[in-house]
Write a protein that binds this ligand. Structure first.
Ligand code: ADP
Ligand code: MG
Length: 345
């Protein structure tokens, strides 16, 4: 007969590493968290540098508030945050971050270094972290206002994950998607993405516009066919703004950029609904470019679903999707009829 297993408590480090591996599944997930931190810190210029698809090296430099010297000791510990104080704050959270897990997670599965300077500090400070803890002393050094976070050798201690992510070029394309989406959604903020030692792949200026950034990132073919959409509904406490391509544009793959309360998310339900409307207007098996920013009463969105915050749940989903469908439908109908009128004339 088999003996029963002996139950033991896992050590804290093992627990944290497993949790971190769930939050950060690929370099693009880590980058999303870091971009959101830079946005939370009111940055207007964000520069991202990558080596080997972010697996070797991922650096983000911003010009935001910086981190106070006295906070550097605990900033990478789990559940340390400057954003959330009480559970009730979650009802109206306006920052991206809230649970103080991102930096902690990354420090459990990579070598993490922070170089930061606040507006009132006389110099910058540099600190390295491992497993949530400060590694060695904090060093004073020269630096600009803002924060530079460097993540090296991501997944160095997560063997299975390292094996699963074999292609740096595929990881880089996910990074491009994330940076492109945030640059379009935050068109007043300058974004730069480049591979280490090479030319820039994405570069948007400050105070740009959504359409201009779509042009920079996705090309003129899409940018020139964009239509603006807007839905306001006071009973649903809903505001939708976005840009979608008209019936002149179609593509095998298509693009869907979806933000709910300014977080980049995915929603199969919205994706399917949008596709079903377009399918009657576009050639078979082709898709549109759709960028939608949905703002809901924070009380109707549950951001606390999953640590990656990728999957967001919200109330009145069906009604909201109906509104979006009929708005897109009427937009496509109107451009379709102008096209017919035009050819008849
Ligand atoms: P959260 O964003 O949920 O608070 P994080 O682990 O992402 O947790 O970050 C922890 C804290 O570190 C933040 O609350 C913030 O105070 C600080 N921080 C992180 N990144 C930056 C940055 N780029 N600029 C200024 N402060 C930052
Ligand atoms: Mg954060």
């Amino acid at each position: 007969m088999n003996e029963p297993g002996v139950i033991r408590k896992l050590s804290e480090d093992v627990v944290n590493r497993i949790a971190a591996g769930e939050i950060v599944q690929r370099p693009a997930n880590a980058l999303k968290e870091l971009i959101e931190n830079s946005l939370d810190a009111h940055s207007t210029n964000i520069i991202i540098t990558v080596k080997a698809g972010g697996l070797k090296y991922l650096q983000i430099q911003d010009n935001g508030t910086g981190i106070r010297n006295e906070d550097l000791e605990i900033v990478c510990e789990r559940f340390t945050t400057s954003k959330l104080r009480q559970y009730d704050d979650l009802k109206q959270i306006s920052t991206y971050g809230f649970r103080g897990e991102a930096l902690a997670s990354i420090s459990h599965i990579a070598h993490l270094t922070i170089l930061t300077k606040t507006g009132i500090a006389k110099c910058a400070y540099k600190a390295s972290y491992k497993d949530g803890k400060l590694l060695g002393p904090i060093k004073a050094c020269a630096g600009n206002n803002g924060t530079q976070i460097t993540v090296e050798d991501l997944f160095y201690n997560v063997i299975a994950r390292k094996k699963a992510l074999r292609s740096p070029s595929e990881e880089y394309s996910h990074i491009m998607e994330v940076v492109g989406a945030y640059a379009i959604h935050n068109s007043s903020i300058a974004f730069t993405l480049k591979k280490f030692g090479e030319n820039t792949d994405i570069k948007t200026p400050t105070n740009s516009s959504v359409i201009e950034n779509v042009r920079i990132i996705h090309g003129n073919q899409i940018a020139r066919e964009l239509m603006e959409v807007e839905i306001k509904d006071s009973t649903l406490k809903l505001l939708v703004q976005g840009h979608i391509t008209n019936v002149n544009y179609s593509h095998k793959k298509g693009t869907m950029l979806l933000f709910i309360n300014h977080r980049l998310v995915d929603s199969q339900a919205i994706r399917k609904a949008v596709d079903s409307i377009y399918s009657t207007y576009l050639p078979r098996n082709t898709h549109a470019f759709v960028y939608l920013s949905i703002e809901l009463d924070p009380r109707n969105v549950d951001v606390n679903v999953h640590p990656t915050k990728h999957e967001v749940q919200f109330l009145y989903e069906e009604q909201i999707i109906e509104k979006i469908k009929s708005c897109i439908e009427s937009k496509l109908l109107s451009c379709n009829s102008t096209r017919i009128m035009y050819t008849q004339a």
